[in-house]
Design a protein around this ligand. Structure first.
Ligand code: SF4
Length: 394
């Protein structure tokens, strides 16, 4: 089982973001109590061993070390971690001090994902990030000194103030730092974000799709030339001397359709494929993104039992074979390893046969490549993968 733990607090909101998070830092302690109750309740009734743990947000690093330790202690008390392969936390650079970094390390966290986004101070200010370029470099070095050997840094491209020269400088800077992993996202206009209102006022916030495609190609070429292997649309892992790469194991579990359990408001869970009388199905469930309601609900249930009803804070949907087929296509084709056709056949040989002629056409026109039992999108067409993937939906 893969565990996701959501920390829904941010000290400030970035201009491009509409993730669920709140600025109510005074709620942190109460929230941690509630979160620990949810974790303990789940483990008591359904729990198992954890393969990976991911503490994400929001900004997990706004939690004091004591609160983080309480969460991690609750996970340790309720799950077997003997087979734990990866334990990641997301951090913001300006939260990282030597004491904080050592505290993360001694808590058993072995991977840190840091939102750098840019090494240009004007761009960081425009994004309303709390840190500047020097903070990011300093935080990176503190994490290394604390002993972290698996660090992922995030970058963003495609926004209108990012010239190609500035983008290249960002790439050069990140290559000098040489993190094990890089995630690079194209900025998009999310409905509830500040840049969405800027766009509604007629301000230009993003480059044209053509310019974005050029910056994406720059990213692919630069990172490939600097020893990074692209393994997913937005993700790159540094090749070690023995040829291995530290891909993000937790995130990869989403792309390969493995079960995961999310804790906290807004967090989603997925059952993996189940077999019923009328065929395969899967359940996706989620907690509503309402932190105060979440705290109230979990403070009312007994800490060690009695938890049978999740309705006040959650919803769920049942996915049928066609839904699972579409999700498998979407997630598999985002990866550079590609989509295993045997997997689609197991989900539904009928649906696979139905899409056969379309697949043939796409292979002929070069939108797809065939490799053994797999199909994949060629690297130079990954940027337009959304359209390619949509054509294979049922
Ligand atoms: S990008 Fe991260 S730090 Fe910024 S508002 Fe969104 S969740 Fe918070």
């Amino acid at each position: 089982m893969h565990l996701y733990i959501h920390i829904p607090f941010c000290a400030s909101f970035c201009s491009y973001c509409d993730f669920y998070s709140v600025k109510l830092l005074s709620l942190r302690e109460k929230y941690v109590e509630a979160l620990c109750r949810e974790i303990a309740s789940y483990a008591k009734y359904e729990g198992s061993a954890a393969d990976t743990i991911y503490i994400g947000g929001g900004t997990p690093s706004v939690l004091p070390l004591g609160q983080l330790r309480k969460i991690i202690g609750t996970v340790r008390a309720n799950f077997s971690l003997s087979a734990l392969r990866e334990f990641t936390i997301e951090v913001n650079p300006d939260d990282i001090t030597p004491e904080y970094a050592s505290g993360l390390k001694s808590s058993g966290i072995n991977r840190v994902s840091m939102g750098v986004q840019s090494f240009d101070n004007a761009a960081l200010e425009w994004m309303n990030r709390r840190h500047n370029a020097d903070d990011a470099v300093r935080a990176y070095s503190i994490l290394r000194n604390a002993g972290f050997e698996n660090i992922s840094l995030d970058l963003i491209f495609g926004y209108s103030m990012l010239t190609d020269e500035a983008w290249m400088k960002n790439l050069e800077k990140i290559a000098v730092l040489a993190p094990e992993h890089i995630s690079a996202y194209q900025m998009s206009i999310e409905p509830g974000s500040l840049i969405a209102s800027m766009a509604r006022e007629g301000k230009k916030v993003l480059h044209s799709p053509e310019r974005c495609a050029e910056q994406y190609a720059m990213l692919q070429q630069f990172l490939s030339a600097h020893g990074y292997r692209q393994y997913e649309i937005s993700n790159f892992a540094k090749a070690e001397d023995d040829g291995s790469c530290r891909i993000a194991t937790h995130n990869s579990s989403y792309w390969s359709g493995e079960p995961y359990r999310g804790f906290g408001p807004g967090a989603h869970s997925y059952s993996g494929i189940l077999h019923g009388q009328d065929g395969i199905f899967a359940i996706r469930s989620w907690n509503l993104p309402l932190v105060k309601r979440y705290c109230a609900y979990f403070s009312e249930i007994p800490e060690h039992g009695g938890f049978t009803e999740r309705k006040p804070v959650s919803g769920s949907e049942r996915l049928n074979a066609a839904d699972i087929f579409n999700e498998t296509v979407m997630l598999g084709l985002r990866t550079c390893d590609g989509l295993d056709l045997d997997r689609l056949r197991e989900i539904s040989p009928v649906l696979l046969e139905k899409k056969g002629p379309e697949m043939e056409r796409m292979l002929k026109r070069g939108d797809l490549l065939s490799e053994g039992n797999k199909i994949k999108i060629p690297s130079e067409r990954l940027f337009v993968s959304d359209g390619i993937i949509r054509d294979l939906f049922i």
